[in-house]
Design a protein around this ligand. Structure first.
Ligand SMILES: [Ca+2]
Ligand SMILES: [Ca+2]
Ligand SMILES: [Ca+2]
Length: 333
């Protein structure tokens, strides 16, 4: 990894911080107050009912309108110290990721489109246990539909030893309050693993996944494909219905989150990069630099739902400025 690329990444982060500050200022001025407005507010554009993407065609070409522009790329993500091989330095020749985030009031779902350009793909198989999907190239998606925050998972061993530790974050120590192991189970927020796999991507939920299985319709759906390289390009598309109260395996007892223009929901993402073998991290990056947000929705970031018909609470002129600022985000490194 060269110093030049390292400096480029740092410059990108500086630009992103400046852009995020503009976004925050504009959104804070335009919106009624929300309890969880943090240092970054990221836009989530609505996809009209007539333009919902095909999740199984292996392309993001059917993501149209504002949703066609990536919301995030790999420069937004912060390597966590716990699982990093390259001293926290990301090399774009090694991995590039474009991540689109959208929503639909028609389906009540959050849509995530991921383009992953990776020199070496470490993929799961059809017979891989959902408990092991974390150990392959992929992305984790966490969502808290009502942004209520709080602890939402408390895993069984052996993961509990990770989750209850204190040295799990990037740059600062955090302690995880104790809870009853095996309790909570993604009820108030949800955590998904989207792993590259053959013959198609696999979706798992929570840790350990055997306790929760809301990774299939009507809770969630995943599709995608791989365009051979080098480097290989992996496309993954998923739809996730956020729940304020999730009863795994029982949709009738589950309460979906009410998604509406102007609402601010909690979300977070991580990127797992493996180039050697499954389970041996080359890089583990999270949007907020924290590892254990998979168990604590207080650490999620703010995502603003923008209506397709401009029914959002944001004034049109203000949102025009937000879009102009967003268009200056670094991309294509
Ligand atoms: Ca598609
Ligand atoms: Ca790679
Ligand atoms: Ca890889």
């Amino acid at each position: 990894m060269s110093k030049r690329l390292d400096a480029s990444a740092q410059w990108c982060r500086i630009r992103m911080i400046g852009t995020a500050a503009v976004l925050l200022l504009l959104v804070a001025c335009a919106l009624p107050s929300y309890a969880h407005i943090g240092p970054h507010v990221l836009p989530v554009h609505e996809i009209p009912a007539s333009k919902l993407p095909d999740l199984h065609d292996g392309t993001l070409a059917d993501w149209t309108g504002p949703a066609a522009t990536p919301t995030l790329n790999q420069w937004w993500f912060i390597p966590t110290g716990a699982f990093t091989r390259h001293d926290g330095i990301l090399d774009a020749r090694d991995l590039r990721v474009n991540l689109h985030v959208a929503w639909s009031r028609t389906t009540g779902a959050i849509y995530v489109g991921i383009e992953r350009i990776d020199d070496i793909i470490v993929r799961a198989g059809e017979d891989t246990s959902t408990d092991d999907l974390w150990s392959f190239d992929g992305v984790e998606v966490m969502v808290d539909g009502d942004h209520s925050g709080g602890r939402y998972a408390c895993p069984l061993e052996p993961f509990a030893s990770f989750m209850s530790g204190s040295a799990l974050s990037h740059g600062r120590l955090l302690s995880t309050p104790p809870c009853t192991m095996g309790a909570l189970d993604n009820s108030s927020a949800q955590h998904y693993f989207a792993a590259v796999a053959d013959p198609g991507p696999r979706l798992g939920m929570g840790l350990p996944t055997r306790r929760v299985s809301a990774h299939l319709p009507p809770y969630a759906e995943i599709g995608g494909g791989i365009r051979p390289g080098p480097p290989d390009t992996v496309v993954t598309e998923l739809a996730i219905v956020p729940y304020d109260s999730l009863a795994s395996d029982d949709p009738m007892r589950s309460k979906p989150s009410a998604l509406a223009p102007g609402a601010v929901i909690g979300m977070c993402f991580t990127i797992s990069e493996f180039d050697r073998e499954a389970g041996s991290y080359d890089m583990f990056m999270s949007l907020n630099g924290i590892y254990h947000m998979r168990a604590d929705a207080d650490e999620f970031m703010d995502f603003l739902l923008i209506g397709a018909d401009d029914g959002t609470a944001i004034d049109a002129r203000s949102w025009g400025a937000v879009k102009r600022a967003g268009n200056q985000l670094p991309r294509g490194h």
